[in-house]
Design a protein around this ligand. Structure first.
Ligand SMILES: [Zn+2]
Length: 98
């Protein structure tokens, strides 16, 4: 995945790593509050239960979490994309490049 860095649209201070198709760029600090809510769907709740580091690192994962909290549900595509991203990040953290 091609990543670039862009300034957070909210605080205009922190840089955020973003993918190509990402329109809304918000840093972890700005999104932290929105990520505090409860998710009612137990399946989604379990899926969102990943190391906080992953949310700090990846703005896409933050975005999905905020959406899940706001809407209470996610589309199949969003769930798939979330799982794939987490999978990749897990692999990357297990096999750090030397
Ligand atoms: Zn910010």
């Amino acid at each position: 995945m091609v990543m670039f860095k862009q300034k957070c649209m909210r605080c205009k201070k922190n840089y955020v790593k973003v993918g190509r198709n990402q329109r809304f760029v918000v840093c972890y600090d700005c999104q932290k509050k929105e990520m505090k809510g409860e998710v009612r769907d137990p399946k989604i709740k379990k899926m969102l239960d990943i190391p906080e580091e992953f949310y700090k690192e990846n703005s896409f994962l933050r975005d999905i979490k905020v959406k899940a909290i706001q809407w209470g549900e996610l589309s199949e595509r969003q769930i798939e994309a979330f799982k794939k991203t987490v999978e990749k990040m897990k692999k990357a953290s297990e096999n750090p490049k030397t």
